[in-house]
Design a protein around this ligand. Structure first.
Ligand SMILES: Nc1ncnc2c1ncn2[C@@H]1O[C@H](COP(=O)(O)OP(=O)(O)OP(=O)(O)O)[C@@H](O)[C@H]1O
Length: 278
């Protein structure tokens, strides 16, 4: 069986695979995520967009069980992120903004560590790793140390690590930050391939609105921790008028420009990531 054989998504399923209700996270008196209510259908590619500090990463951290909510609810694959965190972790994959592969190991060795972390039975590990290496097109580099990889290849390895256990929902937190345009488009091709061939539901954040427009079935725009609008890119653009772009929609709702004139925080993040990814 190849990589895509066993994920078992039921396209017809009408229940959302991810649903939140008034999900809130406060840090002291500051509310980073404010009553977030969204629902994502199985197989959807859902984008969380918003200016720096809008609450995207905090929302993803709550959904991936890394940060407890202050109030509200979230369920993934029917499991509550608070009460059933272990089951949620088995149902999800997560590629964080920070580098999650060890540069001093080979791609294969990194995958082996993740296979053990995910508790994939020893008898299945080799085959599962081989399948995922093939699926991600990592055959020619699997036995080289990660330090020698290009930024785009590191991201492919990180996605490979995160889907070894065949998650139903994959979270990608700014997967293309710091990558050049060619590497970026190879990561986005991969997202499309994952979605089409394995039916994985994908929740991503990105600063590239054109890419969100091309890839996402629906996007939610966050501002000040709140969802200010949600819809398909086509619906959101049409609501502003003919020839509107997702950039126009973004500026309309947030008064902010996302893709140019990066502020200090954004610039330092891009540089940090670019440095890490070489
Ligand atoms: N541990 C923390 N303690 C205090 N404040 C925090 C903490 N984590 C995040 N925040 C604040 O919460 C707000 C939302 O941060 P978050 O990282 O979720 O935003 P974001 O939309 O992901 O931004 P970016 O695009 O820059 O990653 C920011 O104002 C941030 O400073």
């Amino acid at each position: 069986m190849g990589w895509t054989g066993g994920i078992g998504r039921s396209q017809e399923q009408s229940e959302p695979i991810l649903a939140t209700s008034a999900l809130t996270r406060r840090f002291g008196s500051f509310t980073a995520v404010d009553e977030l209510t969204i629902s994502v259908a199985p197989g959807e590619v859902f984008g969380l967009l918003g200016p720096n500090g809008a609450g995207k990463s905090t929302a993803i951290k709550m959904l991936t069980t890394l940060l407890p909510p202050s109030s509200g609810k979230a369920a993934i694959a029917g499991f509550d992120v608070r009460q059933q965190a272990a089951a949620v972790r088995r149902a999800i994959g997560y590629v964080p903004q920070a580098l999650s592969a060890d540069a001093d190991l080979t791609g294969y060795e990194n995958l082996l560590i993740f296979a053990k972390l995910y508790d994939i039975p020893a008898k299945q590990r080799q085959q599962r790793i081989r399948d995922v290496i093939e699926f991600m097109g990592l055959q020619s580099v699997a036995h080289r140390i990660v330090r020698q990889y290009s930024g785009g290849t590191i991201r492919r390895l990180e996605v490979a690590q995160s889907i070894l256990h065949k998650p139903q929902v994959l979270f990608l937190d700014e997967p293309t930050v710091g990558l050049d345009p060619i590497a970026r488009s190879s990561v986005w091709e991969l997202v499309q391939q994952l979605r089409h061939e394995s039916g994985t539901t994908i929740v991503l954040t990105t600063h590239f609105l054109e890419e969100a427009d091309r890839l996402c079935d629906r996007v939610a725009i966050l501002h000040g921790g709140k969802v200010i609008t949600v819809g398909t890119p086509a619906q959101l653009k049409a609501s502003l008028g003919e020839n509107a772009t997702l950039d126009d929609v973004f500026i309309h709702y947030t008064g902010d420009r996302l893709t140019s004139g990066a502020n200090y925080r954004e610039t330092s993040k891009i540089r940090r990531t670019a440095k890490r990814l070489g």
